[in-house]
Design a binder for this molecule. Structure first.
Ligand code: C2E
Ligand code: MG
Ligand code: MG
Length: 823
């Protein structure tokens, strides 16, 4: 406590009197006010005062060696004792002695005879005054320390803004110390604009106090921000001064600015990102909504803020249309990031539905307490539509929009699995458009495409809802029929398919008759796995083609057997090619008039495993299908050319005919292969004749024409084999540069018994004559054939009558014999 009425316990009182009785009296009167010390003369008093530093000295004025006044003077003259309070005690009466005492530095005056109470009261008062003065001094010091230490500049100005006080003793605020500031005007002490602003604000205000924020720059440094408070001191209605405090708020200001910038950056980010953003408080009430979210919900920010999030974000399941829980609720309840439910749909105020995706997260303050939540979502409608479209595209054929192989595979797998559980069957019908390649090549691809679409449409209309019709190739469809109980049902479906296609198709204003061949394979009867099912359907379809097309054919054990054989044959064929072990037999061509040898046809033979040979009728079609005919044909050509050169050298020149399959013919380097075979063997070109079939020419007539003329230019002859079995169109014949026609053996064989065959042979003979083509009749087995052919005018023939195709050594013997005959 700074101020108190209690006398300090440590109070020391020095009594000075030459009369011991007085000392005793005074000691008795003052004993309770402190510790009493006594001196009986001036010198003793001085040394005791020096030693004890008493709080108060009661000093007798009238002493023999040194008067009290002198003692007082000496005490006052010494810095160590100057502050000791002195009360004079004297028997003198009157104003004069009082004045003298007080003038000599006394604080009070007690007269003798001493009144106990008055004396005690006077000393007590003095002690209290002393104590109060001490406390005040201490308080003043503390206040000074406080004022110095506060991080606030405190100044006091008189009514004219002249400085009276400043607590900035070191001049840290404006580089001017408190001492220097004293008596300076505010505009001298402070930066001028600041000083002027303070005066203006203060004088404009009617109140006693005014507060405002300001700033100033010191020596080109960064601005300092201050909060200024001014309170007016009023005396008798007049302003007599101003107390001014200034607080440095730079760091607060900068932090606020930083916070504002941060908030602004966030606001701009949220407003400009492509996602919708909604923020809520801890109650789920909207506090922020960005423009994308405004657009998607149909709510304007000014209406949405303050509304529960569910009202603005109308979320529901896209399939069931049942209301969905807003992820914000879960995020708030469970204090975690929550993903939006799958298949979620947002319905706007206007009723527009958006498929949305994304997540909500709680927002926490710096103490980790949840203060709200934020949800970020985006419209995935387009992405979903696109993925549906992509998945459709990936699983469907573009032209017909029918399922493709991928989807078929899935459905077939599922159907087979189901059938295994239910003991039912699954039928696969492979449907192939007959002669589609011809249609496509002759009428154009867009025509072909339109036809495929119409065929797909017709078949689709005949099948049940459980069936799948897939497009599995250019002109191939696969019809999957699940849950089959009896095979008759499949038969009916297959029959329907062929029937529905046999009705004419109208394309480009014309009617076309189209047919399909259908191969049927049944799970689990014919195969237990998908791959085999499909393969068996394929085999059955080929059988249907072979049997004359426009029909269906079920897969059977016999077909299976054929299939195995085919596999075996293909393997053999590959081995034969790899080991170059194909053999060439030779069948002579005879001039019918005199039996002379005019040429030879090379006929391929593949050595069979157990001895003997595989017929070309078996392996050539397979080689054509597998395209193995290209390397095989090349080997045959090379071997035959070498043999012909050998004959030329050993016996005589024999014109050589080599069969060429259409696949070989359409190879881009076909001519090159022929030329190389000739060059490799050194066989003169005029000794080589190539036998081609009509199909080889029909594939690409323009290309065929150019090949034929190149061959002709090189002196190589070309024969049209098996004439009469194909299209045998006169207009075609005229287009191609040909040398020889070969009448197919089927006509020759029956020409003596079948009039129409005879007529055909006759027609071909006259055709050859009129077109100046050489003519060879195949399959001459009897003399009767020879006579009939000679009678018709056919010059050359080949057949068993003259010789079967012979292996090289036997043919060479034949040659030898022929040479000998001719000699
Ligand atoms: P192709 O070119 O019409 O050959 C004539 C076929 O008739 C040969 O059958 C021959 O053995 C047979 N043949 C000859 N004279 C008679 C006869 O008096 N009566 C009967 N019934 N048949 C006779 P091969 O050798 O079995 O050849 C069959 C077909 O295989 C050939 O018919 C040809 O189209 C094809 N071929 C044979 N060798 C080759 C070849 O090296 N390359 C190509 N691409 N095809 C070949
Ligand atoms: Mg031939
Ligand atoms: Mg032939």
């Amino acid at each position: 406590m700074l101020l108190s009425n209690r006398i300090d316990d440590t109070t020391r009182i020095l009594l000075v009197d030459d009369e011991p009785a007085n000392l005793m009296m005074l000691e008795e009167a003052l004993g309770e006010l402190g510790t009493i010390y006594c001196a009986s003369n001036g010198n003793e008093a001085l040394s005791m005062a020096m030693e004890l530093s008493p709080d108060i000295v009661l000093l007798d004025i009238d002493m023999p060696d040194m008067s009290g006044l002198e003692v007082c003077q000496r005490l006052k003259n010494d810095a160590r004792t100057v502050n000791i309070s002195i009360i004079f005690v004297t028997s003198y009466q009157g104003d004069e002695i009082e004045v003298t005492s007080l003038a000599n530095g006394g604080v009070d005056f007690i007269t003798k005879p001493i009144n106990f109470n008055t004396c005690r009261l006077r000393v007590k008062n003095q002690l209290l005054i002393q104590q109060h003065a001490k406390s005040l001094k201490q308080a003043k010091e503390e206040l000074h320390r406080l004022v110095t230490q506060v991080p606030v500049q405190i100044t006091y100005w008189d009514a004219n803004w002249v400085n009276q006080f400043c607590n900035d003793y070191s001049g840290t605020w404006f580089g001017i110390t408190a001492a220097d500031m004293s008596a300076q005007s505010i505009s001298e002490a402070f930066p001028v604009p600041l000083g002027e602003e303070i005066i203006r604000f203060t004088e404009q205000s009617d109140g006693l106090a005014v507060q405002f924020d300001s700033s100033y720059c010191k020596n080109g440094q960064a601005p300092k921000y201050v909060q200024i408070s001014v309170s007016k001191s009023i005396q008798e209605d007049e302003v007599v001064g101003y107390l001014l405090t200034m607080v440095d708020i730079t760091s607060i200001k900068l932090a606020k600015a930083e916070l504002f910038n941060e908030k602004e950056r966030l606001r701009i980010t949220l407003n400009s990102i492509g996602d919708a953003v909604i923020a809520t408080d801890i109650e789920g009430t909207i506090t922020f909504i960005n423009p994308i979210a405004e657009r998607m919900t149909g709510w304007h920010a000014r209406d949405a803020i303050g509304i529960p999030v569910e009202e603005v974000m109308n979320l529901m399941d896209a399939s069931t249309h049942q209301k969905s829980l807003n992820p914000i609720r879960l995020a708030l309840e469970e204090a975690r990031i929550v993903g939006m439910a799958m298949n979620c749909q947002l319905v706007s105020q206007a009723g527009d539905a958006y498929r949305v995706e994304d997540s909500a997260a709680p927002i926490r303050d710096s103490g980790g307490n949840i203060t709200g939540a934020i949800i970020v979502f985006h419209d995935v409608s387009e992405a979903i539509a696109m993925s549906v479209k992509m998945s459709h595209l990936a699983n469907h054929d573009q032209l017909t929009d029918l399922p493709n192989r991928i989807l078929l595979h899935d459905r077939l797998e599922y159907a087979c699995k189901l059938a295994s559980y239910t003991s039912k069957k699954v039928a696969t019908l492979l449907i192939d458009i007959d002669h589609f390649k011809f249609i496509n090549d002759t009428l154009g691809h867009s025509f072909g495409d339109r036809l495929i679409k119409q065929v797909a449409g017709r078949i689709s209309q005949t099948i049940g809802p459980n069936c799948t019709l897939a497009r599995v190739g250019g002109d191939e469809f696969l019809l999957l029929v699940p849950n089959v109980i009896q095979l008759e049902d499949i038969q009916a479906i297959a029959c329907n398919v062929t029937n529905v296609i046999s009705r004419p198709f109208t394309l480009g204003g014309n009617e076309y008759n189209v047919s399909v061949s259908v191969g049927v394979s049944v799970f689990p009867d014919d195969a237990k796995d998908q791959e085999t099912i499909m393969r068996h359907a394929d085999v059955a379809m080929y059988r249907a083609k072979k049997e004359g097309r426009n029909r269906y054919c079920f897969f059977s054990d016999e077909l299976e057997h054929q299939l195995m054989q085919r596999h075996h044959l293909e393997k053999q064929l590959r081995e034969t090619i790899a080991t170059r072990s194909i053999e060439v037999f030779y069948q002579p061509k005879i001039r019918l008039a005199d039996g002379a040898l005019v040429g030879v046809e090379a006929l391929a033979r593949m050595p069979a495993e157990g001895g003997g040979y595989v017929s070309p009728l078996e392996f050539i079609p397979l080689a054509e299908e597998t395209n193995l005919i290209v390397p095989l044909g090349q080997q045959i050509l090379e071997k035959a050319c070498c043999h012909a050169v050998r004959w030329k050298e050993l016996y005589r020149e024999v014109p050589l005919s080599v069969n060429v399959a259409s696949a070989q013919f359409s190879e881009s380097d076909f001519v090159q292969t022929v030329v190389e075979a000739l060059e490799g063997s050194s066989l003169p070109a005029h000794l080589l004749e190539l036998e081609v079939t009509e199909t080889a020419l029909m594939d690409d007539t323009e290309k065929a024409q150019s090949i034929l003329s190149i061959l002709s230019d090189k002196g190589i002859k070309v024969a049209l084999d098996d004439f009469g079995t194909g299209y045998s169109s006169l207009s075609y014949l005229k287009k191609f540069k040909m040398d020889v026609l070969k009448i197919d053996q089927s006509f020759v064989r029956d020409m003596l018994t079948d009039n129409s065959d005879y007529d055909i042979v006759k027609t071909v003979v006259s055709l050859a004559e009129s077109m100046a083509l050489d003519l060879v009749a195949e399959g001459i087995e009897t003399e009767g054939h020879v006579q009939a052919l000679v009678a018709l005018g056919c010059p050359v023939g080949q057949g068993y009558l003259f010789s079967k195709p012979l292996p090289l050594d036997e043919f060479e013997k034949y040659l030898q014999k022929k040479l000998e005959e001719s000699l």
